[in-house]
Ligand binder design. Structure first.
Ligand code: NAP
Length: 496
């Protein structure tokens, strides 16, 4: 340990919903901690994504901390500035800022067995030492831009949806949006009126459900604020409706045909051209990829300024795109709404656990897997929030994060109670848990729905989504089970 290393008991990576929630829990528990944040502000994905139209596709009364309700959300599905403000308010209220090191981009960490401590380094070389290391980095923060031949020759402006360049004036420009995922469907209607021409490059159409998102009238917000129980009732209602969708996705995929009828209705009410309707209608089961919701996306497409390009992009030229049919598409601005490095996100941080074992090598060889999505055999005192197989296709991930935070807090208490230095799940417990998880996933729409999605890794194994409903995950993580763990005293090996 260098003389200027910073020591604390727990290090948390990231200050989004996960990192902030974890910080609040550790504060309550009296565990000294530091949050390492790569940027100069808190907020995670809700700080980074500032694209026009950015909003949450889960209702805000559910997509918020259960212990920090906000009665006066302006919309059912709030826009990014309001969610970002909410998180800043939570950080301030709980006095978290003095626990945060901004500009600290973690790029490596190793477990020192003799000391039973993690040594963590940020990109500037600053060292941090802690007994516990908790990643709240999530899986949707490393932009993915396709390697299209000629991309570096493009003479216009190009940026990723999560790195929106607000210096660029898109008014009157020929703009290309690449991708038709959750980000793109919000961007298209938000910019179509401003641009001269909008080319939307679609590889796979999404199922998009209707979503009326008018602002809550003031009287309703007053009721949520003043009448006891109403807001909580709304939250419970939202929760169980989404769990109903989760039931269909994970137990009875055939029921999702009902959603497809709604999706088709949504297309038909805005799009009159039968050929365009055909292009926009998915040929896979709804839910196989993330189900999206918007009342404005198809209207944006119906705008005469919009062209949907379904031919494969072959290459880029200084002036734009050339598609597989040989057509040239001149553009001034390219917006890559092409998603994130998800199933390989772990390769961006170098983590070495017990006996110097490299987590990247392990997961490259075996696939990304953790015990209950949180802890990893051979990696003492390392915890993941929104780790392997804990993302969702149907409900609020904040619910999952809260379950995990509770579990991590219990694990830390268990180490202390046992008078140990560290813990790691046994290989057996982790393997049994994951075998069971993969068995359940095999029958879900994510596996059977007939699509290619970012839920799957390079080997076609779902390493990202939870296999059931969220209350089942809550049950699975509600109480920490010491019997699933090896407890480690200093200088002991953790292999089991
Ligand atoms: P995404 O869902 O991964 O969508 C990326 C899009 O880019 C897809 O349509 C994909 O087509 C397309 N694409 C990728 N490479 C391409 C290529 N070489 N040529 C043409 N098209 C290409 O990414 P996202 O829209 O940023 O959303 C990512 C996730 O973030 C979401 O699933 C969601 O979990 C989260 N998100 C949430 C919200 C919210 O409201 N809560 C909003 C935005 C994002 P294919 O489908 O063919 O692969």
């Amino acid at each position: 340990m260098s003389t200027d290393a910073v020591s604390t008991r727990a290090l948390i990576i990231g200050s989004g919903f996960s990192g902030l929630g974890m910080g609040i829990a550790l504060k309550k528990q009296g565990v000294d901690f530091l949050i390492l944040e790569k940027a100069d502000e808190i907020g995670g994905t809700w700080r980074d994504n500032t694209y026009p139209g950015c909003a949450c596709d889960i209702p805000s009364h559910m997509y918020s901390f259960s212990f920090e309700p906000k009665a006066d959300w302006t919309h059912m599905w709030s826009f990014q500035p309001e969610i970002f403000d909410y998180l800043k308010g939570v950080a301030d209220k709980h006095g978290l800022r003095r626990h945060i090191r901004f500009g600290a981009h973690v790029d490596r960490a190793h477990w020192d067995e003799a000391e039973s401590r993690w040594h963590v380094f940020d990109a500037t070389g600053q060292e941090y030492v802690a007994q516990f290391l908790i990643s709240g980095a999530g899986g949707l923060h490393i932009p993915s831009i396709p390697e299209i031949p000629g991309r570096d020759q493009f003479g216009g402006v190009a940026f990723h949806s999560a790195q929106w360049n607000h210096e660029v004036d898109i008014r009157g420009k020929r703009v290309a949006v690449i991708g038709t995922g959750a980000s793109a469907i919000q961007i298209v209607p938000a910019i179509v009126d401003d641009v001269a021409e909008l080319q939307l490059y679609q590889r796979t159409p999404a199922w998009v459900m209707p979503r009326p998102n008018n602002a809550f009238p003031q009287w309703m917000r007053t009721v949520f604020t003043r009448v006891p129980g109403v807001r909580a009732l709304l939250r419970a209602g939202i929760y169980w409706i989404h769990e109903g969708v989760g039931f269909a996705m994970t137990q009875q995929p055939r029921l999702l045909k009902i959603g497809e009828l709604m999706g088709k209705w949504n297309i038909n009410r805005s799009i009159k051209d039968p050929e365009l309707r055909r292009k926009l209608t998915p040929d896979y089961r709804a839910g196989c990829k993330r189900i999206l919701n918007s009342d404005t996306y198809y209207r944006g497409i119906a705008n005469p300024k919009t062209t949907v390009v379904t031919e494969r992009i072959e290459r880029m030229t200084p002036g734009g795109f050339v598609t597989a049919d040989g057509a040239e598409h001149p553009v001034d601005v390219v917006i890559w709404a092409t998603g994130f490095h998800v199933t390989d996100s772990y390769t961006y941080v170098d983590i070495k656990g017990a006996d110097g074992e490299d987590l990247v090598d392990r997961w490259n060889a075996e696939g990304m897997a953790a015990h209950r999505g949180i802890t990893v055999a051979g990696m003492p005192n390392l915890f993941f929030l929104l780790g392997p197989n804990t993302a969702l296709g149907h409900n609020s991930v904040v619910f999952m994060i809260e379950s995990q935070i509770r579990y991590v807090a219990q694990a830390i208490a268990a180490v202390d109670q046992a008078g140990a230095a560290a813990l790691a799940p046994t290989r057996r417990a982790q393997d049994e848990y994951n075998a069971d998880l993969q068995r359940h996933l095999a029958g879900t729409v994510f596996s059977t729905g007939g699509c290619h999605s970012w839920y799957m890794d390079a080997h076609g194994v779902n390493r990202t989504l939870w296999s059931g409903m969220t209350w089942q995950y809550w049950l699975a993580t509600r109480s920490f089970k010491p019997s699933e763990y090896s407890f480690i005293r200093q200088r002991e090996s953790v292999r089991s």
